[in-house]
Design a protein around this ligand. Structure first.
Ligand code: PGA
Length: 247
């Protein structure tokens, strides 16, 4: 696909507002080439600071999660409108850490996506199999279930990006073999083509995530069906992430 690659940082539960400001003071001058799209999914409390720090650039700032209700008595939760109010333009949904530690299932994930789209946010839906599922030959089944379940009730895919993140590759330093990732991406695209037709499947971005670094980044980005990367650890250091963004 000829669209620019999308390079997305996922900061997880790292960086205070002060550390956020410092990060961008270093990162902005390094993000020179501007050949790819650069997005950051940061902790809620950092969004406004990150947004201010990237003002005047094309960098998008988003969240890592959002609640599925418009508003209500949900102590400790954050709504789509609140995220929009501090300048977020997108949110991750269904990251494997959310599925695992916060019991998010397909039904909840599809509710979150619907709400996010209604409220005007773009969404990155994360999917991916565990080590055990891969060993048992269930990768395709898992991806199909997560795509069909997560996208249930969604008619427009215009503001949706998919991130394929095999769980065994996240935070382990053991990235997938690029050709293996390519195979999973091609499979996701096939699923999306069946669900939404050929045009959507050819224009939707599918990112790879799991131990991506500036060293292995280009081997993923040159695969046919890999349209970008979702980066955890390597997005925390401005120099390292800038190297990735400038590939
Ligand atoms: P990692 O995390 O790059 O540290 O493996 C990726 C992710 O969880 O999105």
């Amino acid at each position: 696909m000829d669209l620019p690659k999308r390079i997305v940082g996922n900061w997880k539960m790292y960086k205070t507002p002060e550390e956020t400001k410092k990060f961008f003071e270093v990162f902005i001058p390094l993000n020179l080439k501007k050949t790819s799209e650069v997005w950051f999914a940061v902790p809620y409390v950092d969004i406004a600071f990150a947004k201010e720090a990237v003002a005047g650039s094309d960098i998008e700032i988003g969240a890592q999660n959002v609640h599925e209700a418009k508003e209500g008595a949900y102590t400790g939760e954050i709504s789509v409108e609140m995220l929009r109010g501090v300048g977020a333009s997108f949110t991750l949904v269904g990251h494997s850490e959310r599925r695992r530690y916060f019991q998010e299932d397909e039904a909840k994930i599809s509710q979150k996506i619907q709400r996010a789209l209604e409220g005007g946010l773009s969404v990155i839906l994360c999917v991916g199999e565990s080590q055990k599922e891969r060993e048992e030959g269930q990768m395709k089944e898992v991806l199909t279930r997560q795509l069909i379940g997560g996208l249930k009730g969604i008619s427009s895919m215009e503001k949706i990006t998919i991130a394929y993140e095999p769980i065994w590759a996240i935070g382990t330093g053991k990235a997938a073999i690029p050709e293996e990732a390519q195979e999973a991406h091609a499979f996701c695209r096939k699923c999306l083509s069946m669900l939404y037709g050929e045009v959507v499947s050819q224009t939707i971005r599918i990112l790879y995530g799991g131990s991506v670094s500036s060293e292995n980044g280009s081997s993923f980005l040159k695969q046919n069906d890999i349209d970008g990367v979702l980066v955890g650890g390597a997005s925390l250091k401005p120099e390292e992430f800038a190297r990735l963004a400038n590939i």
